[in-house]
Each structure stands twice: as C-alpha cells, then as structure tokens.
Design a protein around this ligand. Structure first.
Ligand code: FAD
Length: 382
C-alpha cells in the first residue's frame, strides 16, 4: 500500500460519509456564480413551454356559432309557444353565457310561466337554466348531446366577451349597449366561480409581437372593450421580459377549466331539481310537441336548420392539446398562434375559418402553430 492509499483508507467513517454526501450536493460555486443574479434575473421569469409533436395528445376543431348582427336574443311567438332565443355567440359564448342568459331570463319571467324548456346543454344553455332556477323556475333541458359532446367543450376557455361576437359594420348601434350590459353581468357572475376547485381562475396573459400589432376591425379581434373591468394591460420594457420581441404586454385574465366547469354547472343544475332529456329537435313541430309553453333556444349552431337562420354561420377553430406542464400556467398570444394552460392540458391554436363546416383537424395547421411557438420559446431567455 502506498502512502496515498494508506491515508485514504485511514479516513474515519463519519468523514467518509460526509465526503460522499458533499460530493452529491450541488456545487455551490457552479450553481450560484452570482447569487443575486439568480434571485433577481432583472426580467420576469416565464417558464418555457415544452413543445414537440409527440406531446400532442388530442386535436379538435370546434365551430363557433357566428352571427354578423350578434347573438339572437329576441322573443318569437309560434302558435301557443313562446320561443326565447339565446344563440349565436361566436367566439364569446363562454364569456357572455351568464349575461345573455340574464337577458333570456328577463324575457322568460315576463311571460309569467314557471315550467320552462331549455333547448341545448352547452355553456349558454346551462348558465341560462341555472339563472332560471334561481328565479324559481322548474327547468328541463332538451338536448341532442351533453358535455363533452358539445361545441362549448372545444373552446379555448378564456374571458373574451368581444371575440367574434358580431361584425361591427353590420350589428345595430344598440347592440353595443346590450353587449356591455351582458358583459358586465357575466363578469360579476364569474367572480362567484373563482376559487371553486379551479373551475375559473385568474392567470397571466402575455401578448408577444415583433412590432405593435395593427388593429383590423372585424378580423377576429375584439371590436368592443370595457375599460376598467379587467386589470390594466401593461406594456413591458424590453429589459423586463424574456422574449425576443419589441412589443410585449401582460395582463391578468380569467381562464375557464372547461371540463370541470361544465360538470360543476350541470351538477348544480341537477342538484336544484333540473332534468336533462336527450331529445333532438329536427323541426318546429318537435318544439310544438313539448309540454312546456315557454322554450329557451340555446342550440348554438344547431338552431340554423330548425329556425332557418341564414345569418348563422360556423367559424371553425382548431386546437391541439399538449400534456399539462405544471410550471406553465399562463396564456400567450403571438403572431399566428396562441396557447392557454388549463388543468386538463395546454391548448394551442386557434385559427378562425369563416363558413367552414369541416371538423377534421389539419396536421399542417398543427405543425404551423407548433413551429411558431417553438421558435418563440427557443429564442426566449431562460
Ligand atoms: C376553438 C374555439 C375557441 C373558443 N374560445 C372561446 C373562449 O376562449 N372564450 C369564450 O367565451 N368563447 C370561446 N369560444 C366560443 C364558445 O365556445 C361558443 O360561443 C359557445 O360554446 C357556444 O355555446 P352554446 O351553448 O351556444 O353552444 P353549444 O356548446 O354548441 O351547445 C349547443 C347545445 O345545443 C344542442 N343542440 C344542437 N342542435 C340541437 C337540436 N337540433 N336538438 C336538440 N339539441 C340541439 C347541442 O347538443 C348542445 O347541447 C370558442 C369556440 C371555439 C370553437
């Protein structure tokens, strides 16, 4: 045994153990070359989204029920039945569901009837039914499909009350006031759903663009806005954010965890005595055959053939769902793509093709969106 071996073997066991332990411990000087720098990077740290085609577990195409003049909210008399319409919310049905539900509720209560039929079990039908129950009505939902087989289940799930809600050039001037009242009512209503098993949550939303985006009216953006409802959108200085972009904003917005939200609302509906019947309405005579005298029409795009609504048209939107990533809990918009982190997955998309009835996902569209977001993430500071 040479002298070096002798000394190594002669080290007491406790020393040897602590030597092993310290060799496993992180090398402080390597991990923290500048401790202060790691505590404060000098910019908002935003976790990077892990993107690759093999992390995509589901692709969907949903059809937004769009009407250029805005959702149909009038009342129609058909024989001895009163039809209260509440459909055609475009890209804002989640956000406006409570608000237009409240308009429908007022129209229903004006009839004095208490036994009410609601057609449709999407987010609009369920919210309307709950409001009617709260006003003492006995509600039966008649519907072709229930969640998850409804368009509402194929949405992004964010507060966006003005998204493709109408074509401002075609909608009547009074629509803006109706929209504003509905938006305010919905917004207040969502406050009661925050903090309940994460069905609705506040989350950061970033807009990341090379240059300040040019607002094009009617191009799918938000043509109306109510100042002061959401926390202010803040422009971030270049040194404050990690993106390779000149125009970055951040605001806090409300997100909906769609599957749990729908389940929660439906459970509440049945808990308060509501009934759901699987029943397809094919023609007006089917409505006439219902036992209720007052019927609220929340059939979304399904209203088109029954009520011969030529204005109602689909605006398709494709979403690809990535496996959830715990640290990514924000939403991001950039040129040609966006994503939202929900509890059930990270949904990337979403385009809008007016008049498209095809619900087959396009691989080309997915690859394009993944490509845009991958580049953004690669160029981001870590
Ligand atoms: C890709 C995408 C992203 C979106 N993102 C958002 C978002 O972030 N925020 C937002 O606010 N909105 C968003 N939307 C819009 C929103 O999803 C819709 O406006 C909303 O789902 C419409 O709800 P609904 O209840 O009217 O329709 P649906 O969910 O389609 O429900 C209609 C109901 O009527 C029933 N029905 C249909 N026809 C018949 C019939 N003949 N007889 C009996 N029952 C019938 C159906 O079975 C269903 O139960 C998005 C939409 C898409 C496609």
């Amino acid at each position: 045994m040479n002298r070096r071996n002798f000394f190594e073997k002669a080290i007491p066991a406790s020393f040897a153990l602590s030597a092993v332990a310290s060799s496993c411990a992180p090398k402080a000087d390597l991990r923290y070359p500048d401790k202060h720098f790691h505590i404060s990077r000098g910019y908002h740290h935003i976790p990077k989204l892990r993107l690759s085609m093999d992390r995509i577990v589901k692709e969907t195409v949903g059809l937004r029920p769009f009407r250029a003049s805005g959702p149909r909210l009038d009342v129609e008399q058909l024989g001895n039945k009163t039809i209260v319409h509440n459909y055609g919310h475009g890209g804002s049905g989640w956000s406006l569901s409570w608000g237009t539900g409240n308009i429908a509720r007022k129209n229903v209560l004006a009839t004095g009837e208490k036994k009410i039929a609601v057609l449709g079990c999407g987010t609009v039908g369920i919210a309307t039914s709950r409001l009617l129950q709260e006003s003492g009505c006995e509600v039966t939902i008649y519907t072709k499909d229930v969640p998850p087989n409804v368009t509402s289940n194929l949405a992004t799930g964010t507060w966006s009350p003005a998204s493709r809600v109408c074509d401002k050039k075609i909608a009547k001037p009074e629509f803006q006031t109706i929209w504003e009242d509905a938006t305010r009512f919905s917004f207040r209503r969502f406050q009661f759903l925050l903090g309940m098993n994460d069905i609705a949550t506040w989350a950061e939303e970033y807009s990341v663009f090379r240059q300040e985006p040019v607002y094009v009216p009617g191009a799918g953006g938000e043509d109306f806005e109510i100042e002061g409802l959401l926390p202010e959108r803040v422009r971030l200085e270049k040194k404050e954010h990690p993106f390779k972009a000149d125009y970055v904003t951040r605001r806090t917005n409300i997100m909906f965890n769609i599957p749990t939200y729908l389940r929660h609302q439906l459970q509440d509906f049945t808990m308060f005595g509501g009934k759901v019947k699987i029943h397809e309405i094919k023609k007006l005579e089917d409505i006439d055959a219902l036992p209720e005298k007052v019927i609220v029409n929340c059939m979304g795009l399904g209203a088109k053939p029954v009520f011969n609504d030529e204005e109602l048209t689909p605006v398709s939107g494709q979403l690809s769902c990535l496996i959830p990533q715990g640290d990514v809990n924000y939403k991001l918009y950039t040129q040609g793509a966006n994503f939202i982190a929900r509890k059930d997955g990270i949904y990337i998309g979403s385009n809008g093709i007016v008049g498209n009835w095809d619900t087959t996902p396009s691989k080309e569209q997915t690859e394009k969106t993944v490509g845009i977001l991958m580049k953004l993430m690669e160029e981001m500071r870590g």
